[in-house]
Design a binder for this molecule. Structure first.
Ligand code: A3P
Ligand code: MG
Ligand code: MG
Length: 373
């Protein structure tokens, strides 16, 4: 059941031995065991307001609208309210899980892993990662592993210290979200509708200035192999009506327009991240806006998440999701063995009830670090 005591002040510094991993698809066996992954179902959703206040409602949920082709993705760049990069602490995910647990006592049973979707995406796609390593803090409370990405101070600073050229490219992604979404499902805000008013001074189809504090998040339960997981992540918008289920969630992505075979291979390689990011929350649709280098939206393409693996199979940028799931399952099992070993350092069971300000400082944190081969 949810652990309120884990909220807020868990330590960042690993006190336990590091588990160092390096794994490449080149190490993989020829045959892959199929590890089942349960279709995610939503437990609860929440919103962050423009001031980054967490609210248990759907105020930040957006509806998909077809974006105007030729839209300028740099539009509104100077008005971007940018949330600084921060460490991906799991506090709000825990709050959401705690709320769900209070409202549905005993509904979940034993949970093996609690994590943001971004962390699980990094774990599952590691076999194909050629460039970026990552580090993870793992905390163990009553048999549940809590994952948090660990960013060393230098890494956090460099993430906030982006070159202007990269900064604008980053903005293109958020701007696309604005061009593609509306606060209401009403057709009045549809760019193709002639009633569309431009009295707000913005070009038709603009969904509002970008404030990256605002996010709508879904928390789901799912299962990889024998490990039950609670995963939280941002959902960009819904298509049509919101049903409280991931059935019509949409992930929005931008990518450079494909001009040749090498662009295509690059895009197919990138699809592994799009795929797992969406798959983990049960998001069935990924809509990609293809853009010019200077940020003009050229075409828009809808992908069905489950069809993406078949799309890349046998292609130059191919990857195999079954291999990722098998690796992920093995990763979880080996991690569990590694941190359960009592002879490393006898782990005191934290008495969470008596902890007023979060996790006790004697709770061990394990560090897992992955570097690509
Ligand atoms: P694109 O993915 O279209 O480039 P998300 O796609 O996860 O909803 O994120 C929205 C946007 O945030 C991305 O749009 C990108 O601009 C930015 N973004 C997300 N993750 C990022 C990362 N790891 N590094 C840089 N920018 C990132
Ligand atoms: Mg998003
Ligand atoms: Mg997106």
């Amino acid at each position: 059941s949810p652990n309120p005591g884990l909220l807020a002040t868990s330590p960042l510094q690993a006190s336990q031995p590091v588990l160092e991993l390096s794994y490449s698809v080149k190490d993989a066996k020829r045959s892959v065991n199929a590890v089942p992954f349960q279709l995610p179902t939503q437990l609860i959703s929440f919103s962050y307001t423009p001031d980054r206040v967490l609210e248990f409602n759907d105020s930040a949920m957006r509806y998909f609208v077809d974006p105007p082709r030729g839209a300028q993705l740099s539009y509104g760049y100077d008005r971007w309210v940018r949330r600084p990069e921060e460490r991906g602490r799991i506090d709000s995910l825990l709050k959401a899980w705690q709320k769900f647990g209070t409202e549905h006592p005993g509904a979940l049973g034993e949970v093996g892993v609690v994590s943001w979707r971004g962390v699980m995406t990094k774990i599952l796609t590691a076999p194909y990662e050629e460039r970026d390593g990552w580090e993870l803090n793992v905390m163990l409370v009553n048999g549940t592993m809590y994952f948090e990405e660990y960013l060393a101070e230098e890494k956090l600073q460099s993430k906030n210290d982006i070159e202007p050229r990269h900064r604008i490219q980053m903005y293109y992604g958020y701007s696309f979200e604005s061009w593609c979404t509306s606060e209401s499902p009403s057709p009045a805000s549809h760019p193709g509708n002639p009633i569309q008013s431009t009295s707000d001074g913005h070009p038709p189809g603009w969904g509002g200035d970008v404030n990256t504090n605002v996010q709508w998040c879904s928390v789901v339960k799912t299962k990889l192999g024998n490990t039950r997981m609670v995963i939280g992540g941002e959902v960009d918008c819904v298509r049509g009506r919101y049903t409280g289920k991931p059935d019509n969630f949409v992930e929005l992505k931008t990518s450079l327009t494909i001009r040749g075979a090498s662009d295509e291979a690059r895009f197919e390689k990138k699809l592994i991240k799009f795929y797992f990011q969406s798959f983990l929350l049960g998001v069935p649709e990924i809509t990609v806006g293809f853009r010019t280098p200077s940020g003009v939206l050229s075409t828009v393409q809808r992908f069905r998440t489950i069809e993406i693996p078949r799309l890349v199979r046998g292609k130059p940028g191919a990857w195999d999701p079954a291999l990722c799931l098998e690796w992920g399952d093995r990763f979880l099992r080996e991690l569990r063995i590694a941190i359960d070993v009592p002879s490393v350092d006898p782990t005191p069971t934290p008495s969470l009830d008596s902890e007023k300000d979060g996790i006790s400082s004697n709770l061990p944190v394990w560090r897992v670090s992955f570097s690509p081969k």
